[in-house]
Design a protein around this ligand. Sequence first.
Ligand code: PLP
Length: 388
Amino acid sequence: MDTIYLDNNATTMTAPEVLQEMLPYFSELYGNPSSMHSFGGQVAEKIREARAKVAKLIGADPGEILFTSCGTESDSTAVMAALNAYPEKKHIVTTKVEHPAIKSLVEHLGTKGYRTTFVPVDSKGDLDLEFLYGSLDDDTAIVSIMWANNETGTIFPIEEIAAQVKKRGIVFHTDAVQAVGKIPIDMANSSVDMLSISGHKLHGPKGVGALYIRKGTKFSPLLVGGHQEKGRRAGTENTASIIGLGKAAELAAKNMAKENLQVAALRDRLEKGLLERIPNARINGNPDSRLPNTTNISFEYVEGEAILLMMNELGICASSGSACTSGSLEPSHVLRAMGVPFTCAHGSIRFSLSIYNTQEEIDFVVEKLPPVIQRLRDMSPFWADRPQ
Ligand code: PLP
């Protein structure tokens, strides 16, 4: 049975071009980029190229790109750098719908003497901006808000928010892990101070990320030791993966506009097909401001986990929330924050597509999923007892 992979917000396939670019750095080109000899120097040159490619994708200067091990490390580095830069300030602002990479970190810091504010969202997943701006004060060290939500795909007005936050002289960080490579981003015309990237979300490899740090931003490293990354992150570079991320960024910059049209058309076909065939189904998130590859659909009165298991039997991979929160039977914190009714939140499935999906795959899902939902509903006492 072929796999139909609709879980690209969890991770993406490494693009074949990316893998090709990486392979020599696992074998013959194994030099250490910090070495004095040219055997290592040629690797350092490739890392320079990769930095320039990542910078180009987001309209940054190569010197503003720091390579890390993942999106989570980029997020932690940014938040801790701001807190270290302004030790007298003890207030952190974020949202109720962040990925655990920020949410759990800020909750943890809340137990260590920091005051924390989690900005609420409305039923479409849009941020309460008045609440956000009203929460800022002289004690606020950093505002960290994701660019696009990993579960619903909702895109926040990050440029507008960053400008308002900067007017008050506060550091602004965005977790753009789901946005980079999917929507245009231009740091040259932006108030964002720091921005997180993860390689494996844009058809690069796992185990590599990047943090954009605007020139002039006060910074201190998370990892202290060697002088790598100009002293901003100690540890021998993950050379092959950094070079792979560079290639992935180059491909995204070149193909994004064309690929987005293709992916959004497939996503819309899937959404329309399912909503036409399945009663009591609804989209979660803001359809007018959404990543082109993501749809989150609630199938009322069924358990998301049961749907996932039955889809798995058919070779269809999707998700009922963030990969980092699955394993828990609680409805997702994102849908709860949006006030999605319990009967819907439990049966929510995130489909996240990529350029490697085909129309045949989408049509297969549209054909096979409705009877699965009906079978599960036939077994559910909640479906039988639903208000008519
Ligand atoms: N932030 C967001 C919005 C994500 O979706 C993810 C991964 O799902 C992360 C951060 C964490 O990235 P990584 O897996 O590279 O640590």
